[in-house]
Design a protein around this ligand. Structure first.
Ligand SMILES: NC(=O)c1ccc[n+]([C@@H]2O[C@H](COP(=O)([O-])OP(=O)(O)OC[C@H]3O[C@@H](n4cnc5c(N)ncnc54)[C@H](O)[C@@H]3O)[C@@H](O)[C@H]2O)c1
Length: 253
C-alpha cells in the first residue's frame, strides 16, 4: 500500500546514493515528498535521476557530512530549491576493516567519529532551524544494533553509533516541545553495499550473519527505510527520543 502522505513536504536524506538511504529517498518520493539526496558519492545523482524519471521531485547535493561547511551548503540547496524542510534522515555511514583497539589506526577511528557522530551533529545543527521555520517535523538519525551493544573489531563504528543515540535523546529533549520529533533507528544487518563488500572478503560471514539474526535472514534495505519513514509520519506522533530497534531480533538475544 502506498499513500501520498508526504505530499507538499520536503525530506533530506544523507547517504542517499546507496543502500538504506537510497531506499528511504525512493520511499519518501513515492509517498509524495520532494527529496534532497545528500552523498559524498556521485551515485546520489543517479538515484535522484531515477526518482525524477519515476515522476518524483528530487535533487542531489554532493557533500561530505563530516564537513560542516558542506552540510550547510547541502541544506541550503535543498531549502533553496524546494522552499522548506520538514524531515531529515541522517543516514550516511561507512564500514572499515576490523581492528582491535590496540591496533586501530587513528585515522580509521577519526573518520568513523567524524562521519557517523559529528556528521549527524552537523546535519541536525543546520536542519533544525529550517524544520522549525516549516512549523515542525521529524528527524531520524541512523544508529545501529552496534549503538546498543559492543562489536569486536569495530570500536570507532560502535562508539559513533552509541554516541548518535545519546545525541538523539538530547536533541529530542531540546526540540520535542517545539514540534520536532527526533528519534534514532537501530538497524540489524541489511543487504547493502557496506555489507556486500565485507561478505565478499569473508564469504563464511554470509551464513554467520543469518545465524546472528533470530528471524533467520538479514534485512532488505527497504525494510529499514520503512521504519525510518514511519518515524516521520503522524502515526508515530508520540514517539520522541527513542532508539527504535529494527534488527530481526539481533539485540534481543
Ligand atoms: N547495512 C547494514 O547492515 C547496517 C546495519 C546497521 C546500521 N547501518 C547504518 O545504516 C546507514 C546506511 O548504511 P548502508 O548499509 O545503506 O550503507 P551503504 O554503504 O550502502 O550506503 C552508505 C552511503 O553513505 C555515503 N557516505 C559515506 N560517507 C559519507 C560522508 N562522509 N558524507 C556523505 N555521504 C557519505 C556513501 O557514499 C553511501 O552512498 C549507515 O549509517 C550504517 O552505519 C547499516
Amino acid at each position: 500500500m502506498t499513500t501520498r502522505e508526504f505530499e507538499g513536504r520536503v525530506a533530506l536524506v544523507t547517504g542517499a546514493g546507496s543502500g538504506i538511504g537510497a531506499a528511504a529517498a525512493r520511499l519518501f518520493a513515492e509517498r509524495g515528498a520532494k527529496v534532497a539526496l545528500v552523498d559524498l558519492d556521485e551515485a546520489g545523482e543517479a538515484v535522484a535521476a531515477s526518482i525524477r524519471k519515476a515522476g518524483g521531485e528530487a535533487l542531489f547535493a554532493r557533500a561530505d557530512v563530516a564537513v560542516d561547511e558542506q552540510v550547510v551548503a547541502a541544506v541550503t540547496a535543498a531549502v533553496g530549491e524546494f522552499g522548506r524542510l520538514d524531515y531529515a534522515y541522517n543516514n550516511a555511514g561507512l564500514s572499515a576493516p576490523p581492528a582491535h583497539v590496540g591496533d586501530m589506526p587513528v585515522a580509521q577511528w577519526r573518520r568513523a567519529i567524524d562521519v557517523m557522530l559529528s556528521g549527524v551533529f552537523y546535519c541536525m545543527r543546520h536542519e533544525i532551524p529550517r524544520i522549525l521555520e516549516s512549523g515542525g517535523g521529524a528527524i531520524v538519525n541512523c544508529a545501529s544494533g552496534a549503538g546498543l551493544i559492543g562489536f569486536p573489531g569495530q570500536a570507532g563504528y560502535v562508539a559513533a553509533k552509541h554516541g548518535v543515540i545519546g545525541l538523539t535523546k538530547t536533541a529530542a529533549l531540546e526540540y520535542g516541545v517545539q514540534g520536532i520529533r527526533i528519534n534514532a533507528i537501530c538497524p540489524g544487518t541489511a543487504r547493502t553495499a557496506m555489507v556486500e563488500s565485507v561478505v565478499k572478503e569473508t564469504p563464511e560471514l554470509d551464513a554467520e550473519l543469518r545465524r546472528l539474526h533470530p528471524i533467520g535472514r538479514i534485512a532488505e534495505p527497504a525494510e529499514i527505510a520503512e521504519a525510518a519513514l514511519w518515524l516521520c509520519t503522524e502515526r508515530s506522533s508520540f514517539v520522541l527520543g527513542s532508539a527504535l530497534v529494527v534488527d530481526g531480533g539481533y539485540v534481543a538475544q
